[in-house]
Design a protein around this ligand. Structure first.
Ligand SMILES: [Zn+2]
Length: 71
């Protein structure tokens, strides 16, 4: 079970964008990768995805995770 995902492709800043499942701006299905677990806040999903992937180039989507969006 999961409620956040990330884009396997990086944006022009080299960041993987993370999204809530309900986001209207999700990446194409084949580029979606689940963030394990069920998270109440994008900050928790951000922590999880860094552990899960052993990378730290993630940024919250401006639309669904504005409090995790860095620009
Ligand atoms: Zn989003």
């Amino acid at each position: 079970m999961f409620n956040y995902l990330y884009n396997r492709n990086v944006d022009d800043k080299g960041m993987h964008e993370i999204h809530h499942l309900n986001c209207k701006h999700l990446p194409a299905a084949e580029n979606q990768r689940a963030i394990e677990g069920y998270h109440l806040h994008c900050l928790d999903a951000l922590e999880q995805v860094k552990i899960q992937t052993n990378q730290d180039n993630f940024d919250g989507c401006w639309h669904c995770c504005p409090s995790c969006h860095q620009g």
